[in-house]
Design a binder for this molecule. Structure first.
Ligand code: CMP
Length: 140
């Protein structure tokens, strides 16, 4: 099934100059970029994006981190894009991620883990709509 998923290159990976390498990994992995842009979130905007985690102990530091510098948000399209993207990212904790995955290559720790990917169709729909309107999503 052809799906769309939201991908974020987080502030740590932007600082590491890894935007190109990460997007290239997705393209080489069979996914197509149908929208992309660089934005800097406010703390409130980061809190809105991660609202589902608002009760977690790491919520304050996660939202500080996600608003500390620019991020690159993209919509990726392809066969089973949600699962494929998460496979390319690797485990949430870079220390547990498989060799060659994006988080293994560019992540620092479980919080500063270089990238985010939607985990299901309903979260993908919410997350894509959080950053992009219909005119910004391109058919390929
Ligand atoms: P992400 O895929 O963006 O989804 C939620 C984020 O919360 C996750 O990546 C990490 O950045 C962060 N996170 C998840 N678990 C922990 C944890 N145990 N401690 C700190 N941050 C975490």
């Amino acid at each position: 099934m052809i799906e769309r998923t939201l991908s974020i290159v987080k502030p740590d990976a932007v600082t590491k100059n890894a935007i190109g390498a990460i997007l290239e990994t997705f393209e080489n992995g069979g996914l197509t970029v149908v929208a992309t842009k660089m934005v800097k979130l406010t703390k409130a905007q980061a809190e809105g994006f991660y609202a589902v985690h608002s009760e977690r102990p790491f919520f304050p530091t996660l939202t500080d981190f996600m608003s500390e510098g620019p991020i690159v948000v993209s919509v990726l399209e392809g066969e089973n894009a949600i699962a494929r993207h998460r496979e390319l990212l690797g485990a949430t904790d870079p220390a547990e991620a498989e060799e060659g995955t994006v988080r293994k290559r560019f992540g620092t720790n479980i919080e500063r883990n270089a990238t985010h990917g939607s985990d299901a169709p309903d979260t993908a729909a919410f997350e894509i709509g959080y950053f992009f309107n219909a005119l910004e999503l391109h058919r390929r």
